[in-house]
Design a protein around this ligand. Structure first.
Ligand code: C5P
Length: 399
């Protein structure tokens, strides 16, 4: 996805530095050519060897190279970089960059950079709140750089407040947006995820073990490819993917309303939710009293959202999931036809622990409208999401 892109990471001496190799590893995995400039303080927190290993490129520090080189290869690198990401950005580098000071590699590079610059501040809450730091951030934004809002939480100093280094996924999303456009730029993608809950009274419901992982992975991946993403999710424990609009629902009826509403202007709808097929006919407004005898429950069908979308398909690409306990391919093929889908991802459930509900990995077979069947190897749900969206991009070119 990032083939041909150069990312220059400026790393400073903050405790959050130990998290930065994860970000750079992700960028490299996506195909970017990643280079690192470390301040002298940074080299005291993490060895340059760590960064050299994760990026596969030599690391630039102030320690071993004479300053006269600054004007040659490093400036060239700064000019070539599509994105400079400064992480963690200390109060010190924010101050130097805002003032235009160039007294070491990193500050010099920041003056020479031509591409986008992303600062990821991480520091003590009191430092972050200081008017000098806030003024420097405002100035850098005025110069055209993006400065991320830090997370809130417990900080290394023991204080609780804003100043925490954000989750890697959030920083990655910002990097990808600045490096964009991805292959889903300008497209609206609606993804459904998680289970639904069908209540029989305020405290009891019918549901299933879906965690929402597959749908959340699809939403995050679509966003990484620059799509405008809406995630309609039943109850899950997962953090919302960065830069994705999440619509929380509980019942199949609520999911139908949200999905159909969002699908109106969408290019792609992917139903990864495990929607309940039945709901109790009545929902009591108070907890049903326990009695000695058995209880009979009358269930009625819930609306099939995907089938409804298939009936009025338009130019949208429609993708379904089929969780099956047997006859995987035949059942999935029948659903693909019955619901008028472009693609269906069939996965076995209730058989192996490495697949289906709550698993991190999945065994998926992809069936397409043209009759093709592709059995994917055991993959993480993130990898499945990538493969499904590769197919979606191709389908969009065909409609
Ligand atoms: O027919 P079945 O429920 O197995 O089909 C699964 C696919 O249909 C999934 O993509 C699921 O999200 C979707 N679905 C739906 N509305 C329902 C039930 C399933 O959209 N009520």
């Amino acid at each position: 996805m990032l083939k041909g892109k150069t990312v220059l990471a400026g790393t400073c001496g903050g405790i959050a530095l130990y998290k930065v190799p994860l970000l750079l590893g992700r960028l490299r995995d996506l195909g970017a050519d990643v280079h690192v400039v470390m301040t002298e303080a940074a080299t005291r927190f993490v060895s340059p060897l760590t960064f050299q290993t994760v990026t596969g490129n030599p690391v630039h520090t102030d320690l071993f190279e004479p300053p006269r080189l600054w004007n040659v290869e490093h400036i060239a690198l700064a000019e070539r970089a599509d994105l400079v990401v400064v992480a963690p950005a200390t109060a010190n580098i924010l101050g130097k960059a805002a003032a235009g000071v160039a007294d070491d590699f990193l500050s010099t590079v920041l003056l020479a950079a031509r591409g986008q610059v992303l600062y990821v501040p991480a520091m003590d809450a009191a430092m972050y709140a200081h008017p000098a730091v806030q003024r420097n951030i405002a100035l850098l934004r005025e110069f055209g750089a993006e400065v991320m809002e830090p997370d809130r939480g417990r900080l290394a100093s023991g204080l609780v407040g804003p100043g925490r280094y954000p989750e890697t996924e959030r920083i990655l999303a910002a990097c990808l947006r600045l490096l964009g456009p991805g292959d889903l730029a300008g497209r609206k993608v609606v993804v459904s995820a998680g289970p639904t809950r069908e209540h029989l009274d305020p405290v009891r419901f019918l549901s299933n073990p879906s965690t929402g992982r597959m749908g959340f992975a699809l939403a995050a991946e679509a966003r990484r490819r620059s799509a405008d993403v809406v995630l309609v999710s039943g109850p899950t424990e997962l953090p919302p993917p960065p830069e994705v609009r999440v619509v929380e629902v509980t019942t199949a009826a609520e999911m139908r309303e949200a999905v159909l509403g969002e699908a109106a202007g969408a290019d792609v709808v992917i139903m990864a939710a495990a929607v309940a097929d039945w709901r109790p006919r009545e929902r009591a407004s108070r907890k049903v009293k326990k009695t000695e005898g058995d209880m009979e429950l009358r269930l009625v069908r819930t609306p099939d959202i995907l089938a409804e979308l298939g009936r009025d398909k338009g130019r949208r690409v429609l993708v379904g999931f089929a969780a099956e306990t047997g006859d995987l391919v035949e059942n999935a093929r029948a659903k693909l036809r019955a619901k008028n889908l472009d693609l269906i991802a069939a996965n076995p459930v209730g058989q192996a622990e490495d697949s289906g509900f709550a698993a991190v990995t999945n065994r998926v077979t992809l069936l397409a409208r043209d009759g093709s069947v592709e059995e994917l190897p055991l993959m993480t749900k993130d990898e499945v999401a990538r493969t499904v969206l590769d197919r979606v991009v191709r389908l969009l070119e065909e409609v």
